[in-house]
Design a protein around this ligand. Structure first.
Ligand code: ADP
Ligand code: MG
Length: 714
């Protein structure tokens, strides 16, 4: 058997400033043997593919990219922490980049020729314009030829080259020179705008300090933050940023986690609490044990997630891509007809119509159109990421914007998820005995109810007996063997079906439940030991979130495994519809029903609601920057705020409006200049100015999303 030695490889590609660039790179490398699953992302300048190095060595791939005129550097890891070699290019001052030099060179030549035409002679000036054109078009022509060789005859560079060279032949040298100059200016501006959009998310990486104060044997010394290893201890002085994800070992202090979660209210951190790299220690010194290597810390993962999200293309974007692939050849065809038909068919002047056809070629540059959608999406994604609203790609943005119904999981989403034991009702035995058995059963569970019961047992000074074979019964409770006999902590409904509930106890449970409390029964195979009531307070902003959603025309419903009375009490206080006593699989059924009637967003805690999250059009995990929340679901809310759900929808809607504006600007301008060009109202240099202008315009429009405030009610 022959094993293929395929591996996935990644590069940073620099100089891709317009949308067509990405597809150019994609097409060129796709043709190489042994290359598959090519993914090129414009906004994070990444090329990923699966490569069989037996067929094509890496440097052949790199050579193919370089030939197209882009820079390429192996690996991409560095970029996530903001130190990518590729980033160096964008930090050069503009006049030292090759594009900048071209602008200055062609600009000076054009100016010299222009002055000559006034002061010396028209004839001499013409040669100046020709020189400016030839020098300026040479690098563009080289790129055009290389792309054509790689199987892409229709490129912006090709259109430019034909238009500029053609103009020389019909004696429009001054215009040709101006076109080449404007094209160079356009490329430069596009680069600036694209970098600005990229910076939005990379700025996050800069929030992690470069150095850390490592503590070894009672002494501190400064080391590079990315050299920290798991288990090492660092000192974080007040005012310092935390250099790594870690856990507090000693010290108590308020920590501002806004760089990671967007939440600017400092959180009190005590020994044992987790801290994120990039957050700011506000009060007192903390000694922190490193728990994650630099490339794996939460900020790095958020950035990676957003960058990956940028390559998950929205349906609209795919449409635009297909559209522009036919658009260019069509325009070239139209240009040919314009050049040939009037002179041949109607005896019109060749020069006039060739000139118009050349201008049409420039109208064929689809730069603005191709960049219109990814620019908006990249801006929206980084804008969200800086507020703790993560969306995994354009498709999620489109779906979130279209949301008509939202289903909330109750525990941890509409409520704080930190229930407290409010009542202990012993039936057989004492309060302490009930708590002791309950704690034993719950010791292995991570359910919020379990944590509450364990906390209470600890507070009451009750030792937790060891339990064997603990097993979760999803939606029902937990069972385990405690003190040699089976025991359960579960919903009264489940206890009832096990036949241990007496009428009188049932009444007590019902009364507690109608107070919005969750009741669990603690029982052995044959007898009830007692009831424990817990209350999980609704989040402060939950009612407000439901109200704001209503104002946006989105209806909300609460889904819960809790019993009907508790659910009704809590839903009533929030003004939300509800469905109770749902097993995890019932939640999926409920979502499926909703999906049949509208666009559904499901908000859950990302752990036990995974199937329901996956069934909805958009599954949103709400958790304070936890691992699971980040990795599962389509979107995640890092701050514990219900109103951030509303913010996500607002941001998604704003992004879609922005995308529509951009497509309208790009297509509209093309349409207008298509007509004016054929009519002969506008000429060559206006045509190129229109494309550059539109590109800059759509990019600037997209950048508005970076300052969009999703918290403001419209
Ligand atoms: P929710 O939909 O509110 O998140 P779950 O589906 O997690 O609720 O649980 C539904 C019900 O099952 C709870 O109200 C409780 O009665 C019972 N239950 C689930 N897990 C546990 C546990 N670890 N301890 C006690 N009761 C539990
Ligand atoms: Mg739950």
């Amino acid at each position: 058997m022959t094993m293929s030695n395929e591996a996935s490889v990644e590069w940073v590609v620099t100089g891709m400033d317009c949308g067509a660039c990405a597809s150019k790179v994609r097409t060129a490398v796709e043709r190489l043997p042994g290359v598959s699953q090519v993914d090129v992302t414009l906004m994070n300048e990444r090329l990923r593919l699966v490569l069989d190095e037996g067929k094509t060595p890496r440097d052949r791939v790199e050579a193919a990219v370089r030939k197209l005129g882009y820079g390429v550097v192996a690996g991409g890891e560095g970029a996530q922490t903001g130190t990518a070699p590729g980033l160096g290019a964008s930090t050069l001052p503009w006049y030292r980049t090759s594009k900048g030099r071209l602008v200055i060179g062609t600009g000076l030549l054009f100016l010299a020729a222009f002055i000559t035409s006034f002061l010396v002679s028209e004839g001499l000036a013409r040669w100046g314009f020709v020189a400016a054109t030839v020098i300026g078009v040479a690098p563009i022509m080289r790129r055009a030829v290389n792309a054509a060789r790689a199987g892409m005859p229709f490129t912006i560079e090709m259109l430019m080259t034909i238009a500029a060279v053609g103009a020389l032949f019909i004696d429009a040298a001054s215009e040709a020179a101006l076109v080449v100059f404007l094209f160079a200016v356009g490329e430069l501006l596009e680069g600036v705008a694209a970098n600005k959009a990229r910076d939005g998310i990379r700025g996050l990486a800069r929030l992690v300090p470069k150095t850390a104060l490592l503590e070894v044997a009672g002494e501190t010394r400064e080391v590079a933050a990315d050299s920290l290893k798991i288990g090492q201890m660092v000192l974080v002085r007040p005012g310092d940023r935390v250099p790594a994800d870690g856990a507090v070992a000693r010290g108590i202090s308020g920590v501002d986690e806004s760089p990671v979660t967007g939440e600017s209210m400092p959180k009190l951190k005590e020994p044992g609490d987790a801290v994120f790299a990039g957050s700011i220690n506000t009060e007192a010194a903390l000694h922190v044990t490193v728990t994650k290597p630099a490339e794996d810390n939460t900020i790095a993962r958020i950035i990676r997630l957003v960058e990956e999200a940028e390559s998950a293309r929205a349906p609209t974007e795919r449409f635009i891509d297909r559209f522009s692939r036919v658009y260019m050849p069509v325009i070239v065809g139209v240009a040919l007809l314009v050049a040939l038909i009037p002179p041949l068919g109607f005896g019109q002047d060749w020069g006039t119509w060739i000139y118009r056809a050349l201008a049409l070629l420039l109208i064929g540059c689809p730069c603005a159109l191709v960049i219109s959608v990814p620019a908006s999406i990249a801006s929206a994604l980084s804008s969200g990421a800086r507020r703790g609203l993560l969306m995994k790609g354009g498709a999620v943005i489109e779906a979130a914007a279209a949301t008509t119904h939202i289903a909330f999981d109750k525990t941890g989403t509409l409520t704080n998820g930190r229930p407290l034991v409010t009542d202990l009702v012993p039936v057989a035995g004492t309060e302490a005995e009930v708590l002791s058995v309950a704690a034993g059963v719950e010791a292995g569970s991570s359910h919020p109810l379990a944590e509450a019961i364990l906390t209470r047992a600890k507070a009451d000074g009750i030792a937790t007996p060891t339990a064997l074979g603990a097993r979760a019964l999803p939606g029902k409770g937990v069972e385990a063997v405690v003190d040699g006999a089976p025991a359960w902590v579960a919903s009264p409904r489940f206890a009832d079906s096990s036949g241990v509930l007496e009428d009188q106890v049932r009444h007590v449970a019902a009364r507690l439940e109608s107070e919005g409390k969750t009741v669990v029964a603690v029982f052995r195979p044959d007898r009830l030991l007692g009831l424990i009531a817990l209350r999980d307070e609704p989040r402060e902003d939950a009612a407000e979130a439901v109200r704001q959603l209503k104002a946006l025309g989105v209806s909300s419903v609460m889904l819960t495994g809790d019993n009907a009375r508790t659910a009704a009490a809590i839903a009533g206080s929030l003004g939300i519809q509800h469905r109770a006593e749902l097993m995890p699989e019932d939640k999926v059924v409920a979502i499926r029903e909703m999906v049949a009637h509208g666009r559904v967003m499901m908000v859950g805690d990302g752990i036990n609601d995974a199937p329901a999250l996956a069934t909805a059009h958009v599954g949103v995990a709400m958790g304070s920057g936890t691992d699971v929340a980040l990795e599962t679901a389509d979107a995640a809310i890092l701050r514990n705020r219900a109103t951030d759900i509303v913010g996500t929808i607002r941001l998604a809607r704003a992004a879609m409006v922005n995308i529509r504006q951009n497509v309208a600007i790009a297509l509209g301008l093309k349409g207008v200049f298509l007509v004016t060009t054929i009519l002969g109202i506008t000429g060559l240099w206006i045509a190129i100015l229109a494309d550059t202008g539109a590109t800059v315009l759509v990019t600037l429009n997209a950048l508005r999303l970076l300052v969009f405030n999703p918290e403001r009610e419209a």
